[in-house]
Design a binder for this molecule. Sequence first.
Ligand SMILES: [Zn+2]
Length: 428
Amino acid sequence: MHTPTLNKRAWTHATLLGMVLISSSVRAGSIAETIDRVLMAKEAELIEVRRDLHSHPEVAGEEERTAAVVANRLRNLGLEVQTGVGGHGVVGVLRGDLPGPVVAYRADMDAMASVDPDPVSFASKTPGVRHICGHDMHTTVGLGIAEVLAAHRSELKGTVKFLFQPAEETATGAKAMIKDGALTNPAPTAIFAVHCAPLPTGQFGSWPGMMLPGLDYVQIKLTGEGDLAAAAEACSQVVASVSSTAGLTPDHKNTDALDAAMEPGAFISAGVFASAASDEGWALTAMARASSEAMHARCKQGIEDGLATLELGNVGYELEYTERAIAPVINDATLVARSDEVLRLVGGDTAVVELGETTPFFSEDFSFFQEVIPGVLFFMGVSNAAEGMLGMPHHPMFVADEAAIAIGVRNMSTVLVDFLEGQAPGTP
Ligand SMILES: [Zn+2]
């Protein structure tokens, strides 16, 4: 069992340097003392909560049991709790005893369809459903932060609004919660969240600007008397052919004049993930991620043009292109800079990884909250090579290191307190 201890050396070091960005109370460490006390008493219980959630996973839109667990725990901590927000979403409002702003913390709750065996002792009891994106970890970290900040209430300057979100995997939960008023009454002015990542446990990573790309959904329907399977293969090749990366190797098939004009780090990543006979003929579903609006436009144009030039004989096609089915995760640069300082204070210099570029393989509907208020999504390292734990979301071998729960609670509690104090009246 991992027992967290405050990184006293890093704390003292940062205090001596007199970090100008971080609020004085966070530097002085009163929240650190609360965190130590709460984690000492509650870490084992939080791990049990996580194992319970892990063994009872619920897919997007069906998070009834998970939401009940969350709501009960928040009520027991004395939070104002609202259930059924945007589906099975739960909102918990923690009002500090001192005046200050409102900040939001989001944790997603849903699991995924997966038939691969789960190597942990507390494996899923629901056949075909499993937490392989770590949302059980996210939910538990959110509950741990609520424990810490509830214990810190007498010193808390402002309000923390916890958003336990359903249906992230279908990218519908965030929008539904916003529609149901999750960002009003009280209205937070910033939002934070973590997502499990294959970084080593103890490390957090972020990136100002576009952290994760937006996603377009592409559906192609084929009908007619011709060879539908062959036509579907030709359409799949068109979709794949628009994938491009700046700085291609000379033998890459996508090398063309346009690629040379792409900005550094630019990319289009498109591919068909479902292709099968349907009632009407044949249906293909594809996803396309891109590094900018210009690249999204180029992707769409490339698919439209490519399909138009295909010789499909007696097969007709219908293209349905949904732009920004998921918005890009765009982290607020000022909040990233400040919170990175906080994370270094808490965990030392090696606790923060500056990712350096957009991660092209995933999207996250946390982005829809960021369209309303500034926010930061952090990658939370949950890999532990020595223990054989690979924290790669959606990988069949996904296993999260539970030591990351206490670290996530420590890091995010401190970031939230620092944000509130940074904006509270009369705080240096
Ligand atoms: Zn996820």
